[in-house]
Design a protein around this ligand. Structure first.
Ligand SMILES: [Zn+2]
Length: 420
């Protein structure tokens, strides 16, 4: 998080988060889309850009409805594939959740479409950040669904609804009721343990309950499409939920005995289910962590960000008052908020993205004061000075950053540019 401006920050963070699923950073990914016909109007598009994600298209006389938009890098390939399938204009895009591999194609594919998402997804994609005004983002959803909406499109009834919860706090399920196809997004990783994005409001226990509810309420001949991996029958979905419930039981028991997530992993308590262990985010080790983190979150062990009160003060009273408030809260209520280095760094980039450069500089300065040994904090401050046109202070801070973190190639490059 060294040189990205805030308007790209959310998407980038999500992209970074996802890259461990199998994409080596140095390999330039190739966009590929493979279509398979599920019913007269429904197609599954397997979109690859380093790793595969499933997009579903309803193609018919009313035009095209997409469930998810794939990566930004696969948008052109999706367009071409849809034309090849005889598809007309894209009228609707439903985002099953916020991750970049599901919303990345929104702006390219959704120019003439209504983009539907859960309000939590919409809010984050519109660039909202605590009390700061949102940064308008191309491709942000323009239709929020928190309960249920029924679309009548291409001759069928399509239910779009928000489930009990799970992968994030902004999941949507799309049920093509006449075709008998249900799209679950990343509520379902059909061949591995799931990734539960707890920091985005995901919850392992709720995810399992959602899958169980869907297995009970969807018609028994429904084809269930996952975000990643093969599709399942309702019977298989029930089996998958059972495996998650069993493994969660084992982890809960061990946590109750006072074991840590690391100990549970090292003792191999999920070894009997090792075939379900996937890549980084979906390994058995991660599954243990998502379960433990979900519990922590429920028990409120996770503190609110210090940026929550801080942005309010900065917006209402100015950055000087915000700095004062930070210092005061850090000395009197340090246990009440998350004072991690990442917090002020994130706020600084949010301010930069809103062209509040003077405020951003003060916030980054405060972070170097709180974390004087952090190369990244100095790198961010240097960047803000660079944006402000203050080369001297930018150079000074990049040099300090490089001293603290000799592996910071970003600082190296910026120093070359600045000294030209
Ligand atoms: Zn996801």
């Amino acid at each position: 998080m060294k040189s990205h401006l805030a308007h790209a920050l959310v998407a980038l963070m999500i992209a970074c988060l996802w890259s461990p699923l199998g994409m080596a950073q140095e390999d330039a990914p190739v966009a590929q889309v493979e279509a398979s016909k599920l019913t007269d109007t429904i197609y599954e598009l397997t979109c690859s850009f380093g790793y595969p994600v499933n997009v579903v298209a309803s193609v018919g006389p009313d035009g095209v409805l997409l469930v998810d938009a794939g990566f930004s890098g696969t948008a052109d390939a999706i367009s071409k594939t849809l034309i090849g399938l005889g598809g007309g204009p894209i009228r609707f895009i439903v985002n099953t959740h916020i991750h970049d591999d599901h919303v990345g194609g929104n702006s390219q594919l959704g120019e003439a479409a209504a983009i539907i998402a859960h309000s939590n997804t919409s809010e984050r994609l519109s660039g909202a950040y605590f009390s700061l005004p949102p940064i308008p983002t191309p491709g942000a959803p323009n239709l929020d669904v928190d309960g249920e909406v029924i679309l009548r499109f291409n001759g069928e009834r399509i239910r779009v609804f928000s489930p009990t919860g799970g992968h994030t706090d902004g999941d949507l399920v799309v049920h093509f009721t006449d075709s008998g196809v249900a799209c679950l997004g990343d509520l379902l990783f059909s061949e591995t343990f799931p990734f539960v994005h707890v920091a985005r409001g995901g919850d392992a226990q709720r995810q399992i309950r959602t899958l169980q509810e869907l297995a009970e309420t969807l018609p028994s001949d429904t084809v269930v499409i996952s975000g990643h991996g093969r599709h399942l029958s309702i019977e298989e979905l029930r089996g998958y939920a059972t495996i998650l419930e069993e493994t969660m039981g084992v982890v809960h028991q061990a946590l109750a005995k006072g074991k840590s997530a690391e100990q549970i992993h090292e003792e191999g308590l999920l070894q009997p289910w090792v075939t379900w262990s996937g890549d980084d985010l979906t390994s058995s080790k991660s599954w243990i962590r998502w379960i433990a983190d979900s519990l922590k979150w429920r028990q409120n062990d996770v503190k609110p960000s210090i940026c929550e009160p801080l942005t309010e003060t900065i917006m209402n009273t100015g950055v000087g008052a915000g700095v004062e408030q930070y210092r005061q809260l850090a000395s009197t209520q340090s246990g009440e908020y998350d004072f991690g280095e990442y917090q002020l760094n994130m706020l600084g980039y949010q301010l930069l993205g809103r062209e509040m450069t003077a405020e951003a500089i003060e916030v980054f300065k405060l972070n170097t004061e709180a974390f004087p040994e952090s190369g990244n904090a100095h790198d961010s401050l240097a960047e803000a000075f660079m944006v402000h046109g203050d080369s001297k202070l930018a150079i000074m801070n990049y040099e300090r950053s490089l001293e603290l973190d000799p592996g910071n190639t970003n600082a190296e490059q910026k120093l070359v540019e600045l000294k030209k």
